[in-house]
Design a protein around this ligand. Structure first.
Ligand code: PLP
Length: 243
């Protein structure tokens, strides 16, 4: 497929997805401008990312540090914001802090503190979300709902981070409506921490939830950021195991 064909295909998908996001927002009685599309760019080339941005994508979400670095090198994100949405190892924090406008996937206290330390060193404040593990899955990253208040309080006390909200990755849903309970739960936790945090000037209002299989449900339950890969780019080549 040549570049212009690919461009046309992405533009078509982007328009369709944007229309369905708007429709879902309106159906939920929400202002469509309160829902942002984050293009999940894992495994995509710099040219594909550029095509997506040309089609109207305003935020790219990267999963892997290596891909982030390569795309930055290529200036692939020009015209868009970059977020980090994948599993982040503490020893790779230095490649991410200050290079992305939001880290969605802060999944442990150790990682939170490492991000803070790097941000302080660079004299900046890194916007972050706390990743919350909603299903009872030992293997999954994230804070359990019970751990969130303490993590939020810690984040609020650190000078190098600004807590903007919460993120979740529920199990893939097999039928419409299946993940609504998880999304509702994340919204409830977000209300709880807002009530408990003293610093209301930086109220954590972002809810990063919903992927290609369940973003319409996530929007119905209050998502402010949906992270879409397949719906935008089509099926991905098989992944390696480290995400
Ligand atoms: C890959 C990925 C997505 C997008 O997944 P799709 O099902 O292809 O839309 C969203 N969030 C995270 C964290 C991902 O790794």
């Amino acid at each position: 497929m040549d570049l212009s064909q690919q461009q046309a295909q992405i533009a078509e998908k982007f328009e369709a997805v944007t229309a369905s996001i708007q429709e879902a927002a309106v159906a939920a009685g929400r202002d469509p401008s309160t829902v942002s599309l984050v293009a999940a760019t894992k495994t995509q080339t710099s040219d594909t990312i550029k095509a997506a941005i040309a089609a109207g994508v305003q935020i790219c979400g990267e999963n892997r540090v290596q891909e982030l670095m390569a795309h930055l090198e290529d200036n692939a994100y020009e015209g868009a914001e970059v977020h980090f949405i994948g599993h982040l190892q503490t020893n790779k924090v230095k490649f991410v802090v200050g290079r992305v406008s939001l880290i969605h996937s802060v999944s442990s206290t150790k990682l939170l503190e490492a991000i803070n330390a790097q941000a302080v060193k660079l004299q900046l404040r890194q916007d972050i979300l706390l990743e919350v593990k909603l299903a009872d899955e030992e293997s999954k990253d994230g804070f359990s709902p019970a751990e969130v208040p303490a993590a939020a309080a810690l984040a609020a006390s650190l000078p190098g981070v600004r807590l903007r909200g919460l993120m979740c990755i529920p199990p893939p849903s097999e039928f419409p409506g299946e993940n609504c309970g998880y999304f509702r739960k994340l919204r409830e936790i977000s209300f709880d921490i807002r009530d408990n945090l003293e610093d209301n000037s930086s109220a954590p209002t972002i809810l990063s939830m919903g992927m290609s299989g369940d973003y319409l449900d996530a929007i119905a339950e209050g998502a402010t950021h949906v992270r879409l890969g397949t719906a935008l780019f089509g099926p991905r080549p098989p992944m390696h195991s480290n995400t």
